[in-house]
Design a protein around this ligand. Structure first.
Ligand code: G6P
Length: 372
């Protein structure tokens, strides 16, 4: 009913707007004002965390994109090797696991069969398994050693939105907690990140307040048959997520590439008028990548692409090269996916609505896939 949808026509629209609340509920009680973290609920002790030699993240769909971002954060903050793999591939390649490995299984529903099978395999190999999950008491957390729940509330729309943003928050919490437990690099940078993490709900609120322009843009692209997405570093998983959303909701052919790979093939796809969404890296600490993406934008524009650039507020360097610019607040690089994903959710949702699609129940898809 309309009441259940909080006055919106679709659950997805409501769930996008609920993201600031979902984030603050997920951070509540876990981030303290002095910049330290409390995650005793995880049931994997700091002593165990200190013994770890490797982390492996497994997940499917949108949750896999959260896992890719977790890898960047964990390796940078904790200096532990971290692999990430789609759950359906994991156990079939005989992965190397032992007691010093922590497997992080990310699943919104806690019921995806591919992820559950990967969890069972990991436990048979004696790895410690930590679930990141949004549904209390679901199968994956019950079969794991520990769990960190996201508090997004029920998500009805088939395409994940608020559960994804809260998965990111949970991954950051785990990464920062690991850094704290291992007492590695837990210095000023980490403290600053913790502080910024606590401000994420406000930043996302701000992004939501500015997405009307994205809506107009999406409607103007309703006839597009292909949209490409480019990103680098943590902007790459964001690009993958933007492309996935567009496929799922608008049934448009969408593909994401790392901007550096462009010249090794995908640039051949660029033709006049082709929309290309570029997720620009933040300038903080990544000046080199920023320069490189500016030249990528120039290259594709010279070949006729219509460039839609998601960039930091006040990024005047990139502006002259963008046909359309979508600004997001400036935050530490590793946290940028939280703000940069939101306009891409709105973009896909609005484009799908312009085509007359039901965004809550896209064709051929299920909210949780309980077969392998
Ligand atoms: C299905 C859904 C996706 C979701 C994926 C993983 O394919 O349609 O939106 O990302 O499952 O779901 P999970 O519950 O494991 O996060």
């Amino acid at each position: 009913s309309a009441a259940e949808k909080g006055g919106y026509d679709y659950f997805m629209l409501k769930e996008i707007v609920e993201q600031p609340q979902a984030l603050s509920d997920t951070l509540l009680g876990r981030v303290t004002t002095d910049g330290t973290l409390t995650l005793d609920e995880m049931r994997i002790s700091p002593a165990e965390l200190r013994e770890l030699e490797k982390i492996v993240v497994i997940a499917s769909g949108t949750s896999y994109h959260a896992g890719m971002i977790a890898k960047y954060a964990i390796e940078h903050w904790c200096r532990i090797p971290c692999e990430v793999e789609v759950a359906s591939e994991f156990r079939y390649r005989d992965p190397i696991l032992n007691r010093q490995t922590m497997v992080i299984a990310i699943s919104q529903s806690g019921e995806s069969m591919d992820t559950l099978m990967a969890v069972r395999h990991a436990r048979e190999q004696r790895a410690r398994v930590l679930a990141i999950c949004n549904v209390n008491g679901s199968t994956i957390p019950r079969e794991s050693d520990g769990v960190l729940y996201t508090h997004a509330g029920p998500e009805v729309g088939v395409a994940a939105t608020k559960t994804f943003l809260t998965q990111l928050a949970a991954c950051y919490l785990v990464g920062l907690y690991l850094a704290q437990a291992r007492d590695l690099k837990y210095g000023d940078e980490i403290r600053a990140v913790v502080e910024q993490l606590a401000s994420m709900p406000e930043y996302v609120e701000r992004v939501i307040g500015t997405v009307d322009r994205v809506r107009d843009l999406a409607r103007s692209l309703a006839e597009a048959s292909t949209v490409l997405f480019l990103g680098r570093h943590v902007g790459y998983p964001v690009a993958l997520e933007g492309a996935l959303k567009l496929k799922e909701l608008a049934y448009i052919h969408a593909e994401a590439f790392t901007a550096g790979e462009l010249k090794h093939g995908p640039i051949a796809l660029i033709e006049d008028g082709l929309p290309v969404v570029v997720v620009a890296p933040s300038r903080e600490g990544r000046g080199v990548l920023h320069d490189k993406i500016v030249s990528n934008i120039q290259e594709i524009r010279a070949r006729g692409a219509r460039t839609i650039v998601v960039a930091e507020e006040g990024d005047e360097v990139i502006r002259p090269f963008a046909d359309e610019i979508v600004e997001v607040p400036s935050v530490p690089t590793l946290l940028q996916p939280v703000v940069a994903t939101v306009p891409l959710q709105v973009f896909a949702c609005e484009l799908a609505l312009a085509k007359g699609n039901n965004v809550d129940k896209p064709r051929n898809l299920a909210k949780s896939v309980t077969v392998e």
